[in-house]
Structures are given as C-alpha cells and as structure tokens.
Design a protein around this ligand. Sequence first.
Ligand SMILES: Cc1cc2nc3c(=O)[nH]c(=O)nc-3n(C[C@H](O)[C@H](O)[C@H](O)COP(=O)(O)O)c2cc1C
Ligand SMILES: CC(C)CC(=O)C(=O)O
Length: 371
Amino acid sequence: MSDKKYVNVFEFEDEAKKNLTNNAYTYYRSGANAEHTLRDNIDAYSRIKLNPYVCAGLKDIDLTTTVLGQKLSIPIGIAPSAMHRMATPRGELTTVTAAKKVGTIYTLSSLATTNMEDVAKEQPDALRWFQLYIAKDRKITEVMVREAERLGYRAIAVTVDAPYLGIREGDERNKFTLPPHLKLEILESFKKEFAVKGKEGSGLFEMFKDQIDPAMSWEDIKWLKSFTKLPVILKGIQNGEDALRAAQLGVHIWVTNHGGRQLDTVRSTIDMLPEVMHAIKDYRNTVEVYVDGGIRRGTDVLKCLALGAKCVFIGRPLLFSLAAEGEQGVLKMFELFEKEMKVAMMLLGAGKISDLGLKHLVKATIPVSNL
Ligand SMILES: Cc1cc2nc3c(=O)[nH]c(=O)nc-3n(C[C@H](O)[C@H](O)[C@H](O)COP(=O)(O)O)c2cc1C
Ligand SMILES: CC(C)CC(=O)C(=O)O
C-alpha cells in the first residue's frame, strides 16, 4: 500500500501516466477532435457561483442519498468506462470491489475487459448497473440485458450519444488497439467479431462502426422497456426536448456528452442541466436525473445537486486513480471528494443532500432563467 498523499483529484493523472502505456493513457485522457467540450466540461463549473448561508447551526454533514431506491454513502457513482484491465491487472474486479467498499454505484461498461458474471461473482451485493450499447444484432442486445437481469445488475444505462464513436485524434495517431493479452470479454462472449483489431486508424473506431447500430432510435428504447423489468436510463441526453421525450417514455435521464469524447463543441453538461430539469419538471416525482462530465471538485457535485440532479458520476478520475494505485487509489479519490464536499457544505450552510437547492446558486450565473 502506498502512503502517497493526494491533495486533489487532478493529481492522480500524473501518477497514472507513469504506469500506463502511451496507447492506454491517450485513450483514457482524450476528447473528440479539438477537445473544446472536454475542457469546457471542467471550466464551466467555475462560471457558476455558489451562494452561502451563514449561522446555519450545523454540527456535521450527511452525504448519504438514495438513487433508484438504493442508499448511497455519497452521491457520486462510477460512470461506465471501457477496458479497466489496461489500468490495473484485475481491472473491473478491482473497480467493483472499490465501489462496494465506498458504498456507491458501479456502472459496468459493455466494453469491459472482464465478463459480466465474474464482476457479479466478485461482489454479488455491490450496487452494479450495466451500460448497454445497442448492437446491430438485436438478439445479442436482448441476451445481454437478460444476462444483466440474471446476474443481479440493478439498472440498464443505454448509451444514446454514440451512434458512431467520436474521433479521438490521439487514438487515430496511435492506431489504438487493445493490448494482445486483453479482450472485450463481454462483447466477445456474445460474438467473436467484436474483437478490436489494429486496422488503418483507431481499431476501436472500426470495431464500433462494424458492430454498434448507428440507426438505433426511440423505437429501440420502447422495445427495451417492453421486455426488461430493470429501470432503464438513457445515457447521453443533452437537451430539454430529448429529456422530455425520455421522461414521457418512463425512463431515467443521464445528462452527459460522454466526457467530451463524442461531438466536439457541444455544451458542457452543467450548462445543459438547467434546461433538462426545466423540461421534465412535471415528471420530477418519477424520473431521476443524473449528470457526469468534468466533475473533479466537491463544489462541482454540489452545483449539480443544487440544480436537481439526483447524483453525479465520474469517468476519468476513476480511471486515473485506478491506474495510479488500484483499489487504494480509488478509495483515496473518493475520500478527497468526501472531504471537499463536507467542507463546502459546511461553508454553504447545507447539512444534508436534500437541503441543497437553487437558493445555493447565484441565479444570474445559471444558464437559463426560467427554472
Ligand atoms: C476512457 C473512457 C472510456 C469510456 N467508455 C465508455 C463506455 O464504454 N460506455 C459509455 O457509455 N461511456 C463511456 N465513457 C464515458 C463515461 O461514461 C462518462 O460519460 C465520462 O467519462 C464522464 O466524464 P469525465 O471523464 O470528465 O468524468 C468513457 C469515458 C472514458 C474517459
Ligand atoms: C470502447 C469505446 C467504444 C468505449 C467508449 O464509449 C469510449 O471510449 O468513449
């Protein structure tokens, strides 16, 4: 166990870089094209100002919350990200163990390097969600969902912002391929052609284009809803109109731009959130909204929750802390978020998550006025 101290979540990246190949580091780090959205996801938080209330009489801070009826120790879940075995030898098994210890959600990517069953067996009681890409072959898609149900995954997060994979220039340059000792275990257990083979550009881009259906539509969401008993979440909602459509279908909403890895120059996610919350205002009792993208500070989390998100998710901080120090790194990273959130809530005058609201944000800096 390393006694290295980290002072903020950003610091894991340098440590991770030492342990990762250039191929893996570039894949984890990159955004699409010129990476405007990647940067803006982080920068946008500095534009939204907090509004503290003093003399709040608080003795301590309670960070617990519930998501889809399940209790979380902290309102920060782990977003799906592919290929954790490039970061640490046991990959997704380490991630699910850390999530269980923290007491939060782990969303397993369908492009994981460990199969669904092994992750489930490693931590049967962890709060596991399954992220789904809709494959061209709908039978495979259906079997995957059935497997998730059988293995105790508690929700299906279907990714809707990736009909094509965005162009990550570093991966094109590196001709990204999965290291030869690793496989996309979940997909390959259903179909061998899912393998990421080195081709001309990024092998990942080619595999994705061959196998994932760019023509997926709202009909597929209805189809998914028709046969699964699990809650369905649409991961990739980016405006009020789509959010309302999702809410009308009875699915939950994950506001994300895929960590700036898909369509470059879309808005940062914190700038999307007010419009989404406004659009689904009549569905707030039944539809939960989550958000990810650029969340690196305790105050970032508080801003999302104050706007009405039920919880947030993190992508790269998980990958970099995993690559830096495995399970220990992930636990240290969550501790940093916990510390920052507790200090910020004390200073804000909010003792528990349900105390957070619009009054804690300066209205003039929120991107829409009609909240
Ligand atoms: C290396 C990497 C791999 C990812 N893989 C997936 C994936 O397999 N499925 C998916 O829906 N999102 C994937 N994402 C997007 C994340 O779920 C999440 O939306 C994003 O990382 C959040 O932004 P952040 O990294 O700034 O926290 C990936 C992100 C990264 C950085
Ligand atoms: C393997 C990829 C298709 C996973 C992904 O969603 C990403 O890299 O952003």
